[in-house]
Design a protein around this ligand. Structure first.
Ligand code: DDH
Length: 288
């Protein structure tokens, strides 16, 4: 076999499941962080690794893990993601054969499944690139903007309106940190569980501008503990977006199905899989 002749370890599906299990165990163990889980910040790392993709030039995307290097790691949008990269350092040390690029996407996949989200099929095969492959600043969305900006950013990656709305449901998870983005607070009352609550709250809550010295964001009228970004509110003020918000708020099953499909697409942007080998995606077994 290739591994016997070259001495290079050729991982099998069960080896990737071992990496998954290790991350899942660490998620359980390290529960003294934010709302009790590193899950959301792992999802954000995988998204920011992928969301730099430009379909015209084929640059960016999760193939490369160039956020390891200062120019990209220091982009404003990536503030705080060092917490996710540090969380994964012992996993990389234990399984040195996996590339950072594959590890970050596997971790995002694991976090979604362990937070009770849908199954995300996973294909390995990403290679780490050097500093020269870092993408320019400005490829990730700017939360202070509106629908035109959202379409500009996500159409560049190759997504349509329905996919933009389905991807945004990730904001059921996690929170904004004043010392990272400048914004503050969670979007939902259950920020460590994948749900369609984000859409329900967008439609059913009354949202007012928060009165504070920070960047412009919304707060819910009833509890003043939840938040929405200007880009989140664009999903209900824009008619073409809103019809999908309505659908996902009504039907969590539809959201799970569309979220799994669009996250799989996001995580594979710009990854040159050898389509001739028909590589079967891995379906990881969740631990719960
Ligand atoms: Fe997001 N996001 N995101 N987001 N995001 C933030 C946090 C998290 C935008 C801005 C912010 C997606 C889309 C958008 C997650 C997942 C995804 C924060 C707060 C800002 C700001 C960061 C901080 O202070 O720590 C904007 C703008 C958009 C958009 O224009 C659509 C998408 C597509 C995803 C995805 O995963 C598919 C997650 C998870 C978090 C919570 C992170 C955490 O640490 O908690």
């Amino acid at each position: 076999s290739a591994s016997e002749t070259t001495g290079v370890f050729v991982p099998k599906q069960e080896d990737y499941q071992k990496v998954y299990n290790e991350i899942a165990a660490l998620l359980q163990e390290k529960d003294d962080y934010d709302d009790g889980s590193y899950g959301p910040v792992l999802v954000r790392l995988a998204w920011h690794a992928s969301g730099t993709y430009d379909k015209e030039t084929g640059t960016g995307g999760s193939n490369g893990a160039t956020m390891r290097f200062a120019p990209e790691g220091d982009h404003g949008a990536n503030a705080g993601l060092v917490a996710a990269r540090d969380f994964l350092a012992p996993v990389k040390a234990k399984f040195p054969w996996i590339t950072y690029s594959d590890l970050w996407i596997l971790a995002g996949t694991c976090a979604i499944q362990e937070m009770q989200g849908p199954t995300i099929p996973y294909r390995p095969g990403r290679v780490d690139k050097d500093i020269a492959a870092c993408t320019p600043d400005g490829r990730l969305p700017d939360a202070s903007q509106g629908n035109k900006h959202l379409r500009g950013i996500f159409y560049r990656m190759g997504f349509n309106d329905q996919e933009i709305v389905a991807l945004s449901g990730a904001h059921a998870l996690g929170r904004c940190h004043a010392d990272r983005s400048g914004f503050d607070g969670p979007w939902t009352f259950s920020p460590t569980v994948v749900t369609n609550e984000y859409y329900k709250l967008l439609l059913n809550e009354k949202w007012n501008w928060k009165k504070w010295n920070g960047p412009k964001q919304y707060e819910d009228k009833s509890t003043k503990t939840l938040m929405m970004l200007p880009t989140d509110m664009a999903l209900v003020s824009d008619k073409a977006f809103k019809q999908w918000v309505d659908k996902y708020a009504k039907d969590e099953g539809l959201f799970f199905k569309d979220f799994a499909a669009v996250v799989t697409k996001l995580f594979e942007l710009g990854v040159p899989f050898d389509e001739t080998t028909q590589q079967t995606p891995i379906t990881f077994k969740p631990t719960a």
